[in-house]
Design a protein around this ligand. Sequence first.
Ligand code: AMP
Length: 487
Amino acid sequence: MTFEQLGLSAELLRAVHEQGYTEPTPIQAQAIPVILEGKDVMGGAQTGTGKTASFVLPMLKRLEVHANNSMSPAKHPIRAVILTPTRELAMQVHDSVKTYGKYLVLRSALVYGGVSIDTQIAAVRAGVEILVATPGRLLDHIQQKTVMLSKVEILILDEADRMLDMGFLPDLKQIIQLLPMQRQNLMFSATFSDEIKKLANKILKDPVLIEVARRNSISELITHVVYPVEVPQKQSALMHLIKKQNLQQVLVFTRTKIGADRLAHFLSRQNISCAAIHGDRNQLQRTQALEDFKQNAIRVLVATDVAARGLDIEELTHVINFELPNNPEDYVHRIGRTGRAGAKGYAISFVDKDEDSLLASIEKLLGIKVKVDQLDESELRKQQNEFVKKTGPAKEDKEKTRFSQERKRFEPRFGKYNETNYGATARKTAAGKANKIEDPLFTQPYISKYPDIASLATAGELNKKTINKRFANRALPALFTAINKQK
Ligand code: AMP
């Protein structure tokens, strides 16, 4: 099968070939013709399968008829909305829209929360055919009347399961109510829970079901290795691996934000260029860290699970689980960052005795027994001695003291201390009673600002009232503001 056989236009084929793609991936081969026919699709595919191109390419082809060079924003109404759960994924999808659409005159914009809305307003006001958005921020724009959805022909939900996990359902319902009834709907999800099926039933009309990878299946190109390492030795073990294998680009996962910061700090002190990416970092820091990592400006990116989904780093060969995740499905998402698009990958895990049960549930989920290897003890000792020489014995002792102090505080309240159950308790506390899955991106579970359509309208009214109040008895400022708005 070739891309030429899929019914794409010359402009799209040119962009695809420039990317060096020689043939469509299975999801692309199956989804592109169906989407081009205008049918709704329920796609079961994880990142790494080429799923972004499988919806972006046919979407662009279907929107080609609207391509025009007019300067008037009115000639560029929003025709397609792509919703993603995270900012990182939104950025990546938007990059794909730009890459594959570079020979078309269709316009696109990206809107996501956590940054100022003003520049986004300017971008959408100019008129765009394609809008890539996270749900909450899209509602902010709707509420501010900077976005109109009445001309939308295609709705795409990417990583729908993740959106539900993160509590975006009320926002999705709001957005869907504002779309024209007549439209094409595409929904992609890595997993098919009952909730996803319910959402699919609500949104999709006679969808074609396309599933390329079995749920939780993992790439056969990935080699899994477990090294038994006690918690206090994990840092030296990581240094040992990086040095011995001369690893130049490694994604390392920790379970907690504080753990990520601590590890990044340690690596920096060992002169290993690195950055941490997690929910307490602002958007700019996260984007910068990711960009530096992609450009090989830093060797190690330390991440919490927020980075596990959607991140696309070309030819990433090594993912290291500094700690195993509490949820075995997160292991699949973490290691899915490597072994992508036909490349080989290594998933290495440092497992302390207390994490054995986590390893067992991962093996059960994957249906494989992970190979256990031993790190060279003498090398490890040498490595540790080097640290001691560099940082003085006090630092080693400090780490031990910290561990025992944390244990003393922890055990009377929660039972036996280890990093594993400490992490689990912390997650539960953060998730609170909301009964939502905590996402490490946010310190609290996501709560919609607009739980129903009425609140959205009220928010609009409130906005008007505030504006009126601002200009009460101030005729001139009001006039100038109005003139400026007209410009
Ligand atoms: P995705 O699953 O959309 O996150 O894509 C994973 C990676 O596969 C991205 O780096 C794409 O650039 C790459 N990719 C997508 N389609 C193809 C293709 N047909 N051949 C080779 N690589 C591809």
